[in-house]
Ligand binder design. Structure first.
Ligand code: GDP
Length: 510
């Protein structure tokens, strides 16, 4: 009997081991996951393009589309039916209890995508900030329609502000889709496409994105070379390794023409009968190959909490920025130093045993009450907890001041950093940095510092910033996602808040 019992036991062990093995393999086989945010001026076609992506990737069936088409027709807005797919999420979000409801998912061959903040809003900027702070890539939608590109791109248009915010908040790659190419005022004109790309390029460069046309072309040609040809070339020109490495890293920006409404150049390459001059990739190909900076699966755990709710325990939601979280892990919720245990983990709708960086997760915790967690808190390892501060030094570049004002201590703004939104005040200007001269400065020859009272537009300045509550931050060089922030203030009479200062080289010395 003992023998039978022990062999049954070992059988049980084996099956449960197999189960674990299978789950681990399943997790390893999961496609990579990226968050994408849609940005661009109102009416550029963000909802339409987003809806079309969901349709083309099989997230919406033909019958639902027909229903939307009819609804749109009944409201005499035939051309809006694609946008309805995204706007449904908007309604659901109004009803729903979690942020997750407002999110749409789709997959390409290599990647699972989550669309953050279905962009139906007109007052889109604050939502865009929370979306962009978690996004890996941005799809910048530009309308090619006569007059529309111009309005969106002018001062006051949302194109520039969205791009600056996206860069500041860590959206490292942008896909610029020049949309509405099918419009009668455009007619797939190469001149119009080139005009918009030409105007956007210097602006994107000045916002900190690498837009290298030459490299992009070479990159495109390399991807079309055969592997043998490629290796042969590499042996002939060993220095090319370095150049290839650059290709892998650059560019940050991909331009392509599309029609979000008709769905041209989105899932399949452009039909030559529609547009003869475009030889480049289609949108899904770019989404498939886009490279984003790697996150460290073995690093300390960092997960900014974007929302929380009660469900037979405390559930927190967010994106893992560093480290791997496993069922049973003991972690800290910061800054309130609550010791918690991970009970379950959900990735999209699937229950998983562990989740890697980059994943959007829902984690059930024991050891903390839901009321004791505020969005903006960070789930962190116990051994290397995230920093929590109420004052920190940061480097700011003053981009655009209202009425050419000067920037002084006492300046108040709203600070957005990962999922934190806090009122803050600049309490001291410490030092103005001359970026051109910085490298030559010999610290021994440094003049004694005089108190810095103000700086003007365009200045780069190290400031001391104070917030009312403890917030979790990190040095930018250690964890860019937790060391990158933006400051905003609202102009008294303006509807669209003006961004006064932002932080391109964002060092936080906590
Ligand atoms: P959003 O405000 O950026 O989300 O813009 P919408 O997606 O709501 O689109 C605004 C308007 O532009 C709607 O009337 C759309 O039908 C129209 N539109 C969007 N994409 C295209 C396109 O590719 N071609 C044409 N002709 N119209 C489009």
């Amino acid at each position: 009997v003992n023998g039978i019992q022990s062999s049954l036991q070992s059988l049980e062990l084996q099956t449960s081991d197999d189960g674990v093995q299978m789950e681990v393999e399943e997790e390893q086989n999961r496609k990579r996951h990226l968050n994408v945010v849609f940005i661009g001026h109102v009416d550029a076609g963000k909802s339409t393009t987003g809806g079309q992506i969901l349709f083309l990737s099989g997230q919406v069936d033909e019958r639902t589309i027909q229903k939307y088409e009819k609804e749109a027709k009944d409201k005499s807005r035939e051309s809006w039916y694609m946008a309805y797919i995204m706007d449904t999420n908007e309604e659901e979000r109004a009803k729903g209890k979690t942020v997750e409801v407002g999110r749409a998912h789709f997959e390409t061959e290599t990647t699972r995508f989550t669309i953050l903040d279905a962009p139906g809003h007109k007052s889109y900027v604050p939502n865009m900030i929370s979306g962009a702070s978690q996004a890996d890539i941005g799809v910048l939608v530009i309308s090619a329609r006569k007059g529309e590109f111009e309005t969106g791109y002018e001062r006051g248009g949302q194109t520039r502000e969205h791009v600056l915010l996206a860069k500041t908040l860590g959206v490292s790659k942008l896909i610029v889709v020049i949309n509405k190419m099918d419009d009668p005022t455009v007619g797939w004109s190469k001149e119009r496409y080139d005009e918009i790309e030409g105007k956007m390029t210097p602006f994107l460069k000045s916002s900190g994105y690498n837009v290298k046309k030459g490299i992009r072309l070479l990159h495109q040609s390399i991807t079309t070379l055969s592997l043998g040809h490629f290796l042969q070339t590499m042996m002939l020109f060993p220095n090319l390794h370095f150049v290839i490495l650059l290709f892998m890293l650059f560019p940050d920006v991909h331009f392509l023409p599309i029609s979000g409404l008709v769905g041209s150049n989105m899932k399949t390459r452009m039909d030559k009968s529609i547009c003869s001059w475009w030889n480049g990739s289609c949108l899904f190909e770019v989404l498939d190959c886009i490279e984003v900076p790697l996150r460290d699966p073995n690093g300390p755990v960092r997960m900014p909490i974007i929302d929380k709710y009660k469900d037979m325990g405390t559930v927190v939601m967010g994106k893992i920025e560093s480290g791997t979280i496993q069922e049973g892990d003991n972690l800290l919720v910061m800054p309130n130093k609550a010791n918690v245990k991970v009970l379950t983990i959900h990735c999209d709708d699937d229950k998983v045993r562990r989740a890697a960086p980059g994943e959007n997760v829902r984690i059930k915790l024991s050891g903390v009450e839901e009321e004791d967690i505020t969005p903006g808190f960070v789930l962190s390892s116990i051994t290397k907890p995230v920093g929590a501060v109420s004052e920190f030094n940061a480097q700011l570049q003053i981009l655009e001041l209202l009425d050419n004002a000067i920037f002084t201590a006492g300046y108040k703004a709203v600070l957005h950093i990962h999922s934190v939104v806090e009122e803050c005040e600049i309490v001291e200007l410490i030092e103005e940095i001359d970026l051109k001269r910085k490298k030559e400065t010999d610290p021994k020859k440094k003049k004694p510092k005089r108190k810095l009272l103000f700086v003007k537009n365009g200045a780069v300045v190290v400031c001391r910033i104070q917030v009312n509550n403890l917030i979790c931050v990190e040095n930018f060089s250690d964890f860019p996602q937790l060391g990158r922030f933006t400051l905003r203030t609202e102009g008294k009479c303006s509807v669209v808040p003006k961004m006064l200062a932002f932080v391109p080289s964002y060092d936080i010395f906590a």
